[in-house]
Design a binder for this molecule. Sequence first.
Ligand code: XMP
Length: 325
Amino acid sequence: MDKTIGSNNWTPREFIEQAVEQIRGVVGPEQRVVCALSGGVDSSVVAFLLDRAVGERLISIFVDHGLLRKGEAEQVAGVFSSHLKGEFIQVDARELFLERLKEVTDPEQKRRIIGSTFIDVFKEKALSLGNVAFLAQGTIYPDVIESGSGGAAVIKSHHNVGGLPAELGFELIEPLRELYKDEVRLVGRELGLPEAILNRQPFPGPGLAVRVIGEVTAEKLSILREADAIFREEVEKADLAGELWQFFAIYSGVSAVGMKENERHYGPVIVLRAVVSENAMTADWARLPFELLARVSNRITGEIPDVSRVVYDITPKPPGTIEWE
Ligand code: XMP
């Protein structure tokens, strides 16, 4: 690809044309490609691009680990199963992830378990397809830089930057290797991806598992998902989402006393976190209007009877981090 990073003679349309041509040059007319969809921007753009290039010879696998926010798994399934010409496979691995996360409280161990479980599930499904030569992955330029590898050819074989292991035996296709995030979004828009996916706020790979402090259980996830959905809905209604880098709820793992139907009741404390940032390296807590915070608090305690309190995190990064784990 003759794109120079940062040059201004680049257009998404030309990028797509060249990428499609290059992919077709590598993937033979009978060969099939598999890709892993996470619901995030990068893998979504890769799937749409591959759909353009190889059509029904693309097989997309969405591993549902049960750690996405409310409505996201349904959204991914809806968008991709209706758009893609090739096969869309949804693997329901929610129970397996919960089982493996049982009694695990260390955040790094959670991350490792989620990463390796994802690989196990994807691998089993992908290898069962038989006769698939290529794996398309949404590696983008900052991933290449962070991994310390040089060069930025569009298609590189057996050179994996994070993500899935080389032992799967597929040739890798990484068409976004030269792009920054904002360029990936432009390409995605040109390919017709829905805005709801293109503008998705950054979301950690291990998902809600690192927003449930301590052991992850189905019940805690369910409470967190509802609280997070209420917060998201109110911020969006107030038209403030565009000004925030990330905003979400955390299941703190602390119980506090509250009053429910005139009885003392110990219930979970939900934390609200909203930050402004340029690049996540530093961040400040967002000065959200008190009225908005009041509405969110009233709705969460009113609509999720178990929750006893809602608190707002007023810690910048540093010394805090954006996530709680
Ligand atoms: P922190 O919490 O370190 O987060 O201030 C910085 C940015 O990284 C995201 N984040 C993650 N993303 N896997 C990811 O893919 C992870 O394990 C992970 N942990 C944090 C976080 O949401 C923020 O945007």
